[in-house]
Design a protein around this ligand. Structure first.
Ligand SMILES: [Zn+2]
Ligand SMILES: [Zn+2]
Length: 278
């Protein structure tokens, strides 16, 4: 990136500037919060459903933010929870962060994923169940929400969010139980400012984005040149046959599409070889 100061808009209403600002300061980017209602792009609690992929949503937020501040660079992140790709029985938090430059007309994206340590959602049948919830150990940093669900239609109503203490949780759940026959569910409040676990993963994604932006494309000079994929074929150390391990790192530019390949050094462990370890 150029040494002069660049300004970027960060679309957030959940305190993400504490994550973005220090990291972007390292590459001379001053982050200014764009006070836009990011909930309009979808919420974790489900009041508003997200349209499109997390990356598309992050881009829409970033564009709304830069437009609100009249800047050409916008930043945003979008999180999603789902089965971990390599261990599907574990819940993973995937955080996408995006850098949008409307002047050069391109965007740079990075992702971080981690197995989630956030307490899982729990259906509450009896008020006594509240005391056995894992949430009570992680209050007040990790907060909770209380949701009721219509048994037939599965339609959800958010009763309260940002709950940070057991007394409030207990009274909210008691009210909800009194208004049966809904199913009462206590869930983690996944908004970034109430979810330290997510903030860590967003931090990793932001660091990766900053690392990528440090490198400029050798072809068009845009910031954000970095690894885009690998090509398999690293040769077996014993017999020399190509294995499924990466032999090449492909570096690319999301603006002009220029790519270069960097060959990996070394040999593959024969454990990964189809001939030596069939
Ligand atoms: Zn380029
Ligand atoms: Zn081999």
């Amino acid at each position: 990136m150029s040494p002069e100061i660049t300004r970027a808009a960060l679309a957030t209403k959940h305190g993400k500037e504490s994550i973005f600002s220090p990291a972007f300061a390292e590459i001379g980017v001053v982050v200014t919060v764009a006070e836009i209602d990011t909930d309009q792009f979808g919420t974790f609690a489900g009041e508003i459903e997200r349209q499109g992929s997390p990356r598309e949503t992050a881009e829409r937020k970033a564009r709304a933010g830069l437009e609100a501040l009249g800047l050409s660079i916008g930043l945003a992140s979008e999180g999603s929870f789902g089965p971990h790709p390599s261990t599907p029985f574990l819940l993973a938090d995937t955080e996408v962060v995006v850098y949008v430059d409307t002047e050069l007309d391109y965007s740079v994206v990075e992702v971080a994923r981690s197995i989630s340590a956030v307490p899982p959602a729990k259906v509450i049948v009896d008020i006594a169940d509240v005391d056995s919830l894992k949430f009570t150990n992680v209050f007040p940093e990790q907060r909770a929400i209380v949701v009721t669900e219509e048994p037939q239609s599965k339609s959800r109503t958010l009763l309260a969010k940002g709950i940070d203490n057991v007394d409030e949780l207990r009274s909210t759940v008691a009210q909800a139980l009194a208004a049966q026959p809904h199913t009462v569910i206590v869930e983690p409040d996944l908004r970034a400012h109430h979810c330290p676990d997510r903030r860590k993963v967003i931090g990793t994604a932001v660091d990766r984005l900053v690392q990528r932006l440090r490198v400029t494309c050798p072809e068009c000079n845009a910031a954000g040149f970095g690894p885009v994929r690998t090509t398999p074929g690293l040769r077996c150390g014993l017999c020399g046959l190509p294995t499924s391990l990466p032999a090449l790192d492909v570096m690319g530019c999301s603006r002009c599409g220029f790519e270069t390949e960097i060959a990996r050094t070394g040999e593959a462990d024969p454990t990964f070889c189809d001939r030596c370890n069939p």
